[in-house]
Design a protein around this ligand. Structure first.
Ligand SMILES: C[S@@+](CC[C@H](N)C(=O)[O-])C[C@H]1O[C@@H](n2cnc3c(N)ncnc32)[C@H](O)[C@@H]1O
Length: 248
């Protein structure tokens, strides 16, 4: 490990770990020069942006709920997944199943994921079973967790390419990924088009970014887009629902 400007650089001998460094005690991607989650508080950011942005606390209290599918771009450290699973286990009916489907181009190693999730001891009860099965998840794509109340799938590869192969329909989209300015290859019309193909009347989305290109791309793909105050230092974020093009 090398240390430079408060950043602990990753071990160059490991192809996966090449993507993850540590800056000021938080996971950081040297290649994209971006953070895995907010430096203000990643856990609160996930709750605010993705869980509340999709109105999940209210939607998951419904007694008739039998299953729900979230599709996410960029599994990263798994923090969004764990926060969603925690909320699900606390609020959804016991017989209901959460399907969490994520796509990830640069999966982290088990060691890096373990180190990143150690930042959140309050999630230990959920992260420990995930870490036990992490290698199986990467190798086999799908695992069941928490007494089979949650099914997690991670498709390895570029978001748009992987989404084109997925048959699941989303009830909610977690549109994550490094910032559009730093990762323009991911945030393009093809991605928004895939989101629309995996959306139906009640499908919502939320994202931490309020970039104009993202807002316009989502609208062009058939999403109604709202702006909300952003988390921490971010001025605004986007959330909304799929309306298609048959809206009068
Ligand atoms: C900000 S991090 C996501 C954080 C994550 N949701 C979490 O809970 O830790 C962005 C993720 O998007 C992934 N990514 C970047 N470009 C991608 C692409 N074109 N397709 C799929 N994943 C991509 C990165 O490898 C990284 O793990």
């Amino acid at each position: 490990m090398l240390e430079r400007n408060n950043t602990i650089l990753p071990d160059e001998t490991n192809a996966n770990a090449r993507k993850l460094a540590w800056r000021d005690g938080l996971p950081y991607c040297v290649e994209f020069q971006d953070v895995y989650f907010s430096t203000d508080n990643g856990l609160l950011e996930t709750e605010y942006v993705f869980l509340q942005g999709n109105d999940l606390p209210a939607r998951w209290q419904h007694p008739g709920l039998s299953n729900f599918t979230i599709i996410e771009t960029g599994f990263g450290t798994g923090l969004n997944f764990l926060c969603a699973a925690k909320l699900w286990l606390e609020h959804a009916p016991e017989h209901a199943v959460l399907h969490f489907v994520s796509v990830e181009k640069y999966p982290l190693t088990l060691n890096d994921t373990t180190a990143a999730l150690a930042l959140w001891p309050q999630l230990n009860a959920l992260s420990t079973p995930l870490l036990h099965q992490y290698q199986a998840l990467i190798n086999e794509q799908t695992i069941n967790l928490y007494d089979d109340r949650v099914q997690l799938s991670v498709h390895i590869g570029d978001a748009t390419e992987q989404l084109a192969r997925i048959t699941s329909m989303a009830d909610a989209w977690f549109l994550d990924g490094f910032s559009p300015a730093k990762n323009p290859e991911m945030w393009h019309a093809g991605l928004f088009c895939e989101m629309a193909k995996h959306a139906q009347a009640s499908t919502t989305f939320a994202t931490f970014t309020s970039a104009g290109d993202v807002r316009r791309g989502l609208i062009a793909a058939g999403f109604k887009v709202n702006k909300r105050p952003g988390f921490g230092k971010k001025r605004e974020m986007l959330c909304g629902e799929f309306i298609g093009f048959d809206n009068g």
